[in-house]
Design a protein around this ligand. Sequence first.
Ligand code: 5GP
Length: 209
Amino acid sequence: MSDARIGAHGPQGEPVSGKQSRHRLTVVSGPSGVGKSSVVGELRRLNPEIYFSVSVTTRPPRPGEVDGQHYHFVDREGFQDLIARGELLEHAEFAGNCYGTPRTPVEEALRAGRPAVLEIELQGARQVRAAMPDSRLVMLVPPSWGELVGRLTGRGTEQDEAVQARLAEAERELAAAGEFDATVVNADVRAAARELLDLMTGEDAESSR
Ligand code: 5GP
């Protein structure tokens, strides 16, 4: 890793050096189905220097999900053990499953001067804010409620009941948008990722809090 700063990007997407974000830890939240994974994936492509946390979860893997890459998949006992040992930076129960952020890799990345991104739900975002007040909280929102319902039901990865649980959570999450430093509308994955990167590197990162 040559340089720890996130480069801002010029008109051709080329890195522009000289800007350094004060907010090294960025939390990306938003309702299930809003497209957080796609936007964060695009952000990864735009700036490979960013460290992206891999969460621990008790949710069973979806088809195509790889242990250690998308999540660390553990059972409830293993999860409780991690909590007891203080190894999670934050953790929450979401739609019947447990999720948490391994503390050490995030702290190591930040110590090494790498910006870090957590893609987590609302309760976790609140815990991070309390523990690390300098973190920057961004909420990704859908262009409309109808769009979110369409995406969640059309995804086909969850049973009806799970979709309902996620929609109920989504309402609660969107209602908390005011607690966040910024909201980004995900109408287009590339545009949303670039907006997120701009928030992490731009002037307003210095002045909005
Ligand atoms: P999914 O089951 O769809 O992968 O994730 C469900 C929700 O859990 C999403 O909102 C996702 O952002 C959130 N999530 C994933 N990892 C974590 C984590 O480590 N902590 C918390 N609090 N939420 C997480």
